[in-house]
Design a protein around this ligand. Structure first.
Ligand code: G6P
Length: 593
């Protein structure tokens, strides 16, 4: 998803901007560019990676500048469509993340007034609107221009000779890093961590004038104070630390983040959310999410229904926006690692408008989801840089488990067993990580195929969905996750020696049926790779390849099984030479509907 950066201070802005942009690479992009103010504006932009731009960009001097990584929405990736965009006079440059819904109307009007456009983007209307309204005050012109816009934005405006940046946010994240007589602006914290850990989070509706010496923020015309936050994680946390890819590093961080999330969550649980009070008032629960977070939500459904006996509906956020209003007496949980997914935010607004209680589970402090929801539960995964979500998914599961176990009325003996198992999970996950060599060997085999099915039942059905999603997003192998019992209703037609089936097992009431499903797949010639518990003898007779995972209570089997599948996807992608951390066409945070 697009990323914006800006710099103003005593350094030459060019290397700072390129470095900040490089730190946003994980968001996914297809083109990039920068603009610097050295008395007049100089712009350099192109399709491709930041490292390539850095090689060809001429030395541009200037103490203020802006930069952008673009993930195409309006208009194909091209040099012309890349940001920054300029007004007619070439004195106002803008970078923008978000989407302008009424840009066609605005563009036609501006064209009729004599403005000429060169790109296909929605963004280009912004510098032209600012030019139109400019009467000597850049900030007033920006306010007037944004007043015309319907949609979402994080924008940074640079005007020749002004010695200031004007920045604004509405629906897309934007932060200001505070240095010593210098300021850094970015879509996300990792972009500025090389320079400062002091950060101001802007809120929707904020407009800030940023100079080297200060930041003044207004919200709908009135001055407001936005406090500085100190970021506790370091630049090293956002770097590879010797791993070949961020994805592998983040997979390996899971024992630690499970521990951190449990410790932090346990200490604040009571004060954050009283699920017991929620239970008295509700007839059902709703969980909303997208992508990998949706799979965590599906696992949450099994856990909540089993331990709390509350019916749970899980909805894909983008679909929920079209459903009827059956929301009365509903408590909702919105799961979003970034806290910025447009579809999920829209559902939170809709639910709040219907007076439902909304709890957000997110990894990003100060994110939009945390501001919109009634309560926020933070996961403690630290920065996740790889586009493919791994550790953020794991900590979402931890929060769901703990949320439920904190308040369940289950038998104390059973609860004690579960708590003990939960505490033992970091060590069990570590043991799965120790099987990297075997998994990488199986991955070399999987890498030779173009179609793979993942099957699971019960609580491991969502794990099959997540395993398939992980494999396709990083290795580009077509993969489908299936409820194991459904495979025979159509997809059997595709099974054969060229279509491996990855079967995910747990020793629960699904086990026998899973063995039958594996036999069915084998009978149709499909090679079977099983993820199964240590000591499972029956599976040895059936599967061609087995990844063994430590014994855990079946309710926690998604934890160890998912880690095995994450490694399988990672090594398969590496074997195929894919750009693991930045898969084509994907973005870390999807801020458009
Ligand atoms: C993007 C990411 C996925 C993520 C999904 C939902 O597609 O690439 O990894 O699962 O968005 O993101 P969220 O931040 O709402 O969890």
């Amino acid at each position: 998803m697009c990323g914006v950066v800006g710099y103003i201070g005593g350094r030459n802005a060019q290397p700072v901007l390129l470095n900040c942009l490089a730190r946003l690479e994980y968001r996914g992009y297809d083109s990039c560019g920068i603009a610097l103010d050295g008395g007049s504006l100089r712009v350099c932009k192109d399709i491709g990676k930041i490292a390539e731009l850095a090689k060809v960009v001429p030395q541009l001097d200037g103490l203020a500048g802006i930069g952008h990584t673009r993930w195409a929405t309006h208009g194909a990736p091209s040099r012309i469509n890349a940001h920054p965009h300029l007004d007619c006079s070439g004195t106002i440059a803008v970078v923008h993340n978000g989407i302008i819904n009424n840009f066609q109307v605005l563009r036609r009007r501006l064209e009729a007034e004599g403005h000429s456009f060169i790109s296909e983007t929605d963004t280009e209307v912004i510098p032209h609107l600012i030019e139109k309204y400019y009467r000597g005050s850049l900030e007033e012109a920006v306010v007037a221009a944004l007043g015309e816009i319907k949609g979402s934005y994080a924008v940074i405006v640079l005007a020749a000779g002004e010695s200031k940046l004007v920045v604004a946010r509405n629906g897309s994240p934007l932060i200001i890093g505070v240095g010593d007589r210098e300021h850094f602006i970015a879509s996300d914290v990792p972009a500025v961590l090389d320079y400062t850990n002091r950060v101001i989070y802007l809120e929707d509706g904020d407009l800030a004038v940023v100079t080297s010496g200060g930041v003044s923020v207004t919200s709908r015309g009135a001055g407001v104070e936005r406090k500085e936050t100190r970021i506790l994680w370091s630049v090293e946390d956002a770097q590879k630390a010797g791993y070949e890819h961020f994805m592998l590093k983040e997979i390996h961080e899971q024992p630690k983040v499970i521990r951190d999330t449990l410790v932090n969550w346990v200490s604040v649980a009571d004060s954050v959310v009283d699920i017991a009070a929620m239970r008295r008032n509700l007839e059902s629960m709703l969980i909303l999410a997208c992508g990998t977070s949706y799979h965590a939500a599906l696992i949450g459904k099994y856990v909540i229904e089993e331990l709390l006996s509350i019916p749970v509906r899980v909805e894909i956020a983008s679909e929920f926006n079209y459903y009827g209003q059956t929301l009365a007496r509903t408590a909702a949980i919105a799961i979003t690692q970034s806290g910025e997914t447009a579809d999920t935010l829209k559902t939170i607004r809709k639910l709040r408008a219907a007076r439902c209680l909304v709890i957000a589970i997110t990894n990003v402090v100060g994110s939009s989801a945390s501001r919109l929801a009634d309560h926020t539960i933070y996961t403690w995964a630290g920065p996740e840089i790889s586009v493919a979500a791994t550790k953020s998914f794991m900590v979402q599961l931890m929060v769901l488990y703990w949320l439920v176990m904190s308040y369940s009325r289950i038998d104390p003996g059973r609860l004690a067993e579960l708590v003990m198992d939960l505490r033992g999970l970091p060590e069990k996950v570590q043991r799965v990580l120790g099987r990297g060599d075997v998994i990488s060997e199986y991955a070399s085999y999987l890498a030779q195929h173009e179609d793979v099915f993942f099957i699971g039942r019960g609580i491991n059905f969502p794990v099959a969905l997540e395993g398939a999603l992980k494999l396709k997003e990083v290795s580009y192998i077509h993969a489908e996750g299936y409820a194991a019992g459904e495979l025979k209703h159509g997809s059997f037609a595709l099974l054969g020696s060229g279509t491996p089936v990855v079967a995910i097992l747990a020793r629960d009431n699904t086990y026998e049926a899973m063995l039958s499903n594996i036999k069915e797949a084998k009978a149709r010639g499909a090679p079977v790779l099983a993820v199964a518990e240590e000591g499972d003898v029956a599976i040895r007779e059936l599967a061609d390849f087995i990844i063994t995972v430590p014994v855990v209570d079946a309710i926690f089997s998604p934890v160890v099984n998912t880690v095995a599948l994450q490694l399988l996807a990672y090594y398969t992608a590496r074997e195929r030479g894919c750009p693991v951390d930045t898969p084509r066409n994907l973005a870390k945070s999807v801020t458009v509907e």
